[in-house]
Design a protein around this ligand. Structure first.
Ligand SMILES: Nc1nc2c(ncn2[C@@H]2O[C@H](COP(=O)(O)OP(=O)(O)OP(=O)(O)O)[C@@H](O)[C@H]2O)c(=O)[nH]1
Length: 269
């Protein structure tokens, strides 16, 4: 997970307040006037100190003053650019990521996958969806505390992320629920990915204050078919499959109706 802390120059809020108070035009005029007076004053001082009337000294001292002032302004400008870029990245993270797990958030998932899903439908390519839900998560929170619960969510996000391909999209869909979009993946491939994630979560072996935390997930799988007119319908199928996984005793993978006609659509833990 990335931190939202960034190195904000301390003078930036002061500068901001100052510009707000005076208005941009007046602040700029005041700044230019001060810099100009400073430049003239410094070069005059240098000329007086180093010998009056000497043209070479005057030229050198004015150049030194101009260079120092340019350096200060260059520094301020560069820090502003760096700060703006950090702020932009931080805003982007807030808009797209879940703060706890570092996965994408629900809003970004629906936006991003909405486009990919439409493309898959349009060009008739395979794609699938997984809904992952932590089993008895309330018990984990109640027995080990919310900090442990948060760690569980992070670990499940990490394990899922490590199992997926780069083109797959993983997001936190709700409290203890994750969603995965698998582009160019047929039903068998999707079941395989779901089962691998389930196995890896089961093997996590997390202990909290010396006690082992029982961990498992249930996964519902749905794959794009002609009956899916909207992304919501695909999600709904995955949700029904997840419900079936919970009803079958949890810690297992279930496929949506009609995903694999004529085959067993069950993987069990
Ligand atoms: N630690 C932590 N807990 C959360 C977070 N978001 C949701 N929860 C908790 O997740 C729990 C979900 O509980 P339930 O919906 O009853 O589900 P469950 O206990 O996992 O039961 P099943 O899904 O049926 O296996 C609730 O206790 C929520 O408070 C979070 O960000 N951190």
């Amino acid at each position: 997970m990335q931190s939202d802390q960034f190195d904000e120059p301390r003078w930036l809020p002061v500068l901001d307040r100052w510009v707000q108070k005076l208005g941009m035009t007046r602040a700029l005029l005041l700044l230019c006037g001060t810099v100009w007076l400073l430049a003239v004053g410094m070069s005059q001082l240098a000329i007086t100190l180093m010998g009056q009337g000497n043209r070479t000294i005057a030229t050198v001292s004015s150049s030194v003053c101009a260079l120092s002032i340019t350096s200060v302004f260059g520094y301020v400008f560069l820090r502003l650019v760096v700060h703006l870029e950090q702020a932009r990245k931080s805003m982007l993270r807030h808009a797209t990521q879940d703060a706890l797990t570092g996965t994408f958030n629900r809003r970004y998932f629906l936006e991003q996958v909405g486009r990919e899903w439409a493309r898959a439908r349009r060009y008739d390519t395979a794609c699938a969806l997984l809904l992952i839900d932590v089993d008895h998560f309330k018990r984990v929170n109640d027995s080990f505390g919310h900090l442990c619960g948060d760690t569980v969510l992070r670990q499940i996000a990490d394990v899922s992320g490590e199992t997926l391909r780069q083109a797959d999209v993983l997001a936190r869909f709700g409290g203890e629920e994750f969603i995965v979009f698998l582009p160019h993946t047929d039903p068998l491939g999707a079941l395989d990915v779901a089962e691998r994630i389930r196995e890896r979560v089961e093997a996590l072996n997390l202990s909290w204050n010396g006690k082992s935390v029982p961990l498992s997930i249930s996964v519902g799988v749905a794959a794009l078919g002609i009956e899916h007119q909207t992304l919501d319908q695909l999600i709904h199928d995955a949700d029904e499959a997840l419900y079936a996984a919970k009803a079958s005793g949890r810690n297992c993978v279930r496929a949506g109706a009609g995903l694999l006609p004529g085959r067993s659509s069950v993987f069990s833990g």
